[in-house]
Design a protein around this ligand. Structure first.
Ligand SMILES: Cc1cc2nc3c(=O)[nH]c(=O)nc-3n(C[C@H](O)[C@H](O)[C@H](O)COP(=O)(O)OP(=O)(O)OC[C@H]3O[C@@H](n4cnc5c(N)ncnc54)[C@H](O)[C@@H]3O)c2cc1C
Length: 441
């Protein structure tokens, strides 16, 4: 006979692991299903940065307790063990194709403040998975690696989850199955969403790259065969290595060509990679939708990237998972003691207030789509106007606003020298569907 759980969590990323931990600590019978056979193994590209340490993000001010080795979310009142290595990010630099840099933060000055000056930190996600899995194992969550969930259906009071030749049943399901969520699609959540595009990435740890400034993150937009493409560089935990991500929104562009262009052909960056060595490779493809506004239906709660636009980021996923695990636990306990089950409504209110209403989700994607509106020459000109470092920031919803404000201050000069660019900049307000017409065909 199929065992009946209070909760099945699908997906053992940051959201699912945190949700399973929270629910189990409240005493629920929890099963965690993950398609990877080794949960601690990272398969997908990730900058492995933790966003954001000098700004509220998802309603919390993320902090790392170096001594206690815990990731802390003081507003949401939880912390997670992390005993792995880390490195700090003090500034976020945006490069134009000819090498003009807009700096969000003055790394040299901020570094003088030590950890209080960091805007984010790098962690080793595989160590984080191991730490969280250890905690989960101790609490008694039943963990099922190697289960690829293929169907979720509501049957009477329960939800049935099918994975391989196994069936699982629970009162509730938390779908933390990531940005291409099968469960969101199967359960009809995507019908109310706009689909914008896909982003394909490949990344490498690279040894001996000669990056001009360490302890900064770099975003380098450019054009390969006139198609927008990006290189994004994060520090990595080993001092002589970086984590370099190459990505494009355009399905016509081959990622090997993008990587080759940035590493071997680009007039500036190719010098950084001379005599460097590509190490471990990761890949990813993300489906980019508008967010799920009402992420609960038929006892299935969608959390983390599965319900967001592109990425809610690692910290957003942990907070979302924590909230979701506790919300389901509240509903289960309410039912058991004969109260009306209202716990999940707390999560829905939090999701609406903290994510849906707070952020402009198209702005997140515009971190990558601005180069569909502006040319390389436009970026070279605009970035050349911003000479001083702007406010330190690693919040993906704020960065573009800070740069836009700096550009606005230079509007009289632009009006005089390059009025054509102002006309194009006005198009930044256009809906994403319009901006991305060429790749949505
Ligand atoms: C190129 C790139 C760079 C990034 N860089 C950063 C960064 O620097 N900082 C940051 O904070 N975030 C970054 N992110 C985003 C970050 O990785 C995600 O926001 C975060 O991992 C979301 O966590 P999650 O638990 O919601 O989903 P995921 O981490 O995607 O976890 C989903 C889990 O569900 C499993 N799964 C999926 N489908 C099924 C199924 N059918 N059955 C069973 N299991 C399933 C997957 O194997 C996976 O383990 C990056 C993402 C990409 C693509």
């Amino acid at each position: 006979m199929t065992k009946r759980y209070d909760l099945i969590v699908v997906g053992a990323g940051p959201a699912g692991l945190t949700a399973a931990k929270a629910a189990r600590e409240c005493g629920l019978e929890v099963a965690l299903l993950e398609r990877k056979t080794d949960i601690t193994n990272l398969h997908r590209c990730c900058g492995q940065s933790l966003v954001s340490m000098n700004d509220y993000y998802f309603g919390d001010i993320f902090h790392f307790n170096n001594k206690g080795k815990r990731m802390c979310f003081p507003v949401n009142r939880f912390s997670l063990k992390y005993d792995g290595p880390s490195s700090n990010i003090y500034s976020w630099h945006f490069y134009s194709p000819d090498g003009h840099i807009v700096k969000l933060g003055d790394a040299k000055e901020l570094k003088k403040l030590g950890d209080n000056g960091r805007i984010a930190m790098i962690h080793d996600k595989e160590v984080f998975f191991r730490c969280l899995l250890d905690e989960i194992d101790k609490t008694g969550v039943e963990v099922f690696p190697g289960i690829n969930v293929t169907d979720v259906t509501k049957t009477g009071e329960n939800v049935r989850v099918k994975g391989g030749d196994k069936n699982f049943e629970a009162t509730y399901v938390i779908a933390a199955d990531g940005t291409n969520s099968l469960i969101a699609e199967k359960m009809g959540f995507n019908k109310a969403r706009d689909f914008f595009c896909k982003i394909s990435s490949q990344s490498f740890y690279i040894r001996n790259a000669k990056i001009p400034e360490l302890e900064v993150a770099l975003s380098c937009p450019d054009y390969v065969k006139e198609i927008p493409a990006f290189m994004v560089i994060f520090p990595w935990i080993n001092e002589d290595e970086i984590n370099a991500i190459f990505l494009t929104l355009d399905p016509h562009l081959n990622l090997d060509e993008v990587t080759d262009y940035f590493m071997n052909k680009h007039p500036i960056y190719s010098k950084w990679f001379k005599d460097s060595e590509k190490l471990r490779k990761f890949t990813s493809v993300e489906s980019i939708y508008s967010p799920i506004r009402e992420p609960f239906s038929d006892n299935v709660l969608i959390v983390g990237d599965a319900g967001g636009t592109q990425e809610v980021e690692n910290t957003g996923a942990m907070i979302s998972g924590w909230r979701a695990g506790n919300a389901v636990a509240t509903s289960v306990i309410e039912s058991k003691v004969g109260l009306k089950a209202e716990g999940i409504s707390h999560y829905l209110r939090w999701w609406k207030e903290t994510y849906i209403d707070k952020y402009s989700h198209e702005d997140y994607v515009k971190n990558f789509t601005f180069s569909y509106i502006l040319s390389g020459d436009d970026l070279n000109y605009l970035f050349s106007l911003i000479k001083e470092p702007l406010a330190p920031c690693f919040n993906p919803y704020e960065a573009l606003n800070l740069i836009s404000q700096a550009i606005q201050q230079a509007a009289p000069t632009i009006q005089q020298e390059r009025p054509d660019i102002l006309t194009r900049l006005a198009k930044m307000a256009a809906p994403l569907e319009e901006v991305l017409t060429s790749i949505r065909k």
